[in-house]
Design a protein around this ligand. Structure first.
Ligand code: SF4
Length: 330
């Protein structure tokens, strides 16, 4: 099985200068995206969990402090010019706020013509227009209502879908979708999620879906990685992880789901919320060597002062918690 992109034991620490305060954004994180098996994987976590750091590492926007980021088994830093160009085509991103991506002085056409020209996707302007219009239709946009307009003349949903079309133009193999529905209203959320699903099922593109919203993660993903303060809490197929969570943090999140039972009180929604604790993420992540969830965990015990490894609790599932120490380490 060919591996497209892999993060191998990557860690990322910010503020490594003499006088700056160190923050560990990611610890010893590994994941791989297979080329032959396009899947949707959700990275779920609250602010400071490391999910955006993972996205930036995959895209080659930042280097890891330790560990490696590989494209087709080769470290990103060692790619030749041609390999780097191919990497730029294969791995695309859809950002949280598409408005920030557009230059307000250019019509949206500019954002679409640029990749067509750079990647040599058309031999004439007419051909470029044909390619762009075809791609806009594929994501449910009418070219006549979209092209020739400035970003502010489009709705948030249209701008987001133009970004999906822009990514699709380059026939990528992986799209990193960074909170793509957090800035749009509920009526457009379903459309954009459907677009992502379509990219996966119809075009064979793997999606890394970054979110703090468990509902949408459950809705569209096959696999899920639950992150907490820069480490994996739990990882596996989305249905068993959400329906029978094993890590105390995942259990806490799932326990917050509103229940259909009319006698059951509605609590908070499915959004992953910041911790209600005196200890901040930074005080624990910088030097603390134990379980990152220990200050909130109802099952914390003496051995939790040591960081738990990932225990393999099923064939496709790992949990970072000493409660599962009877299982083999992954
Ligand atoms: Fe709780 Fe200990 Fe498991 Fe961490 S390792 S989640 S503190 S039981």
């Amino acid at each position: 099985m060919a591996t497209l992109v892999e993060l191998r034991n990557t860690s990322k620490t910010f503020g490594t200068g003499w006088f700056s305060r160190k923050t560990v954004a990611l610890r010893d994180f590994s994941m791989a995206v297979d080329e032959d098996e396009p899947t949707i994987t959700a990275l779920v976590g609250e602010s400071g969990s490391g999910k955006t750091t993972i996205a930036r590492l995959i895209l080659g926007l930042i280097p890891p402090t330790t560990g490696e980021v590989l494209y087709r088994d080769k470290p990103l830093l060692e790619l030749s010019r041609t390999e780097r160009q191919q990497f730029r085509r294969d791995v695309q991103v859809i950002f949280q706020d598409p408005f920030e991506v557009y230059n307000p002085f250019y019509k949206v056409d500019h954002a679409l013509h640029l990749p067509v020209r750079k990647a040599g996707l058309a031999s004439s302007r007419d051909e470029a227009v044909e390619v762009i219009e075809g791609t806009l239709r594929q994501v449910g946009l009418n070219p006549r209502d979209t092209l020739g307009r400035y970003p502010h003349q489009l709705s948030g949903g249209q701008r987001q879908r133009v970004m999906v079309a822009r990514a699709l133009l380059l026939s990528p193999k992986l799209i990193v979708a960074d909170e793509p529905v957090s800035m749009v209203d509920a009526s457009l959320r379903a459309t954009i999620l459907e677009n992502l699903r379509q990219l996966n099922t119809e075009f064979g593109i793997s999606i890394i879906y970054i979110t703090h919203d468990l509902t949408t993660a459950y809705e569209i993903s096959e696999k899920i990685v639950v992150l907490y303060r820069g480490v994996i809490a739990e990882q596996g197929d989305v249905v068993p992880v959400v329906q029978e969570p094993e890590h105390p943090y995942t259990q806490l999140l799932i326990g917050s789901i509103p229940m259909p039972d009319p006698d059951q009180k509605w609590q908070q929604g499915l959004e992953v919320v910041a911790p209600s604790t005196d200890a901040t993420a930074e005080t624990m992540t910088a030097d603390y060597a134990g379980c990152q969830f220990a200050d909130r965990c109802p099952h914390a015990m003496e051995m939790c002062s040591e960081s738990p490894p990932l225990y393999q609790t099923a064939s496709n599932r790992v949990v970072s918690c000493h409660l599962y120490r009877e299982e083999a380490a992954a």
